[in-house]
Design a protein around this ligand. Structure first.
Ligand SMILES: NC(=O)c1ccc[n+]([C@@H]2O[C@H](COP(=O)([O-])OP(=O)(O)OC[C@H]3O[C@@H](n4cnc5c(N)ncnc54)[C@H](O)[C@@H]3O)[C@@H](O)[C@H]2O)c1
Length: 370
């Protein structure tokens, strides 16, 4: 199959969908890979590394879309790319159709085959192509939180791990899923005193088993949260209720009970945030202050560490991309239910219920297009 890797052109997107190692893997299976010049630059991969791995470089995005049977990308196509997409062309990338009506209509019009990273789903209902970005964001939440606890950045001026004779900071993690677990591990590793809260007792049992001694698990409820935020130096919001907006676990009035210079990192801000006062920010301007509480609410945290994020993402996507290239999308999706769940829009038909419902479009069973 002919694979195309365009350079990401969405604002501030430095990731790339395929590393030189990924190119070599495709070549091993007998495929042809075209990469747009400088596509890997933002993640630290040079054109030379891609050609060495066996890719052919193309100078423009038009040529990449023009020649490829399968496009592998990171972010959804933006308006200037819509008309480059050909009928029957397979696009394997994040789409998040339910948050963009314009994109959904554009992909219907182009008659492409849109396989979305975010809806590829395993039998246990986990989302293997979202997990790596949650892992990055969870670990990063502590790194960023520790930074904003510094006095010049308006934090309390407390070192996360303390020093001998001085107690470490107190970290509260709301939600013990992928993001929360990684955040708690990082904070604990730095020597902080960590509390992790979740509503799932089985999850708390698991966390209690695997976490080090300086992590305490507590049931998440309003009473316990009110108690904990009075003491916490750093709070990480990591709650998710699938398909719904995040619940506001910390409301506006509760900020007054927190000490000046407390830092909140609301990773769940992309789902509305679990701290009422959080609104999305960017890497250029990541924080704002309300009631002396520093709010860090960057909606695409992994974007700041494109090298790590690219490797983490491609480790997860490559095995699926290879199956698609080896078998063609129809056979690959017929034989692999995880991939089949990734199909969203196929040749003008919406085959993912959530997307059809989001925009009041006709829904077609996926079996009808396979
Ligand atoms: N900002 C970013 O750059 C970025 C990056 C990756 C993920 N995220 C977001 O981070 C959030 C968490 O993602 P995840 O992968 O860890 O999800 P996850 O499903 O693995 O974990 C969510 C956890 O929240 C728990 N929960 C639900 N209601 C709760 C409550 N009231 N109190 C405490 N816990 C509760 C669940 O039991 C679950 O364990 C999502 O909103 C995701 O979109 C943001």
């Amino acid at each position: 199959m002919i694979i195309g890797v365009p350079k990401e052109i969405k604002n501030n997107e430095n990731r790339v969908a395929l590393t030189p190692a990924g190119v070599a893997e495709f070549k091993k299976h007998g495929h042809t890979v075209y990469v747009q010049s400088s596509a890997g630059e933002g993640s630290g991969f040079t054109d030379e590394e891609y050609t060495k791995a066996g890719a052919t470089l193309l100078p423009t995005i038009e040529e990449v879309y023009g020649i490829a049977e399968m496009i592998v990308k990171v972010k959804e196509p933006i308006a200037s790319e819509y008309n480059l997409i050909k009928k029957d062309q397979l696009l394997f990338t994040y789409f998040h159709f339910a948050s963009s009506e314009e994109l959904t209509h554009a992909m219907i019009k182009q008659q492409a085959v849109c396989l979305a990273y975010e809806t590829v789903e395993k039998a246990d209902r986990s989302l293997p192509l979202l997990v790596p970005m949650s892992e990055v964001a969870g670990r990063m939440a502590i790194q960023e939180g520790a930074k904003y606890l510094e006095k010049p950045l308006k934090g309390k001026g407390i070192l996360l791990g303390g020093v001998p004779g001085v107690p470490p900071a107190k970290v509260l993690v709301l939600g013990g899923g992928i993001v929360g677990t990684q955040a708690a591990k990082m904070a604990a590793g730095l020597g902080a005193r960590v509390v992790i809260m979740d509503v799932s007792l089985p999850r708390l049992r698991y966390l209690s088993d695997i976490m080090p001694q300086n992590v305490v698990t507590i049931m998440s409820n309003e009473y316990n949260i009110r108690e904990a935020i009075r003491e916490a130096d750093l709070i990480v919001g990591a709650v998710l209720i699938p398909g719904a907006k995040a619940p506001h676990l910390i409301t506006r009035d509760m900020l007054k009970t927190m000490r000046a210079g407390t830092v909140v990192v609301d990773v769940a801000v992309d789902q509305g945030g679990c701290i009422e006062t959080c609104t999305p920010t960017t890497h250029e301007n990541p924080t704002f202050i309300i009631d002396d509480v520093v709010h860090y609410c960057v909606a695409n945290m992994p974007g700041a560490v494109p090298y790590t994020s690219t490797l983490a993402l491609t480790n997860a996507t490559l095995p699926y991309a290879i199956q698609l290239a080896n078998k063609g999308w129809k056979k690959a999706c017929t034989e692999n239910d995880e991939l089949k769940k990734g199909l969203n829009v196929v040749n003008g038909k919406v085959v993912y219920k959530g997307v059809a419902d989001a925009w009041g479009l006709e829904f077609e069973e996926v079996a009808a297009v396979l």
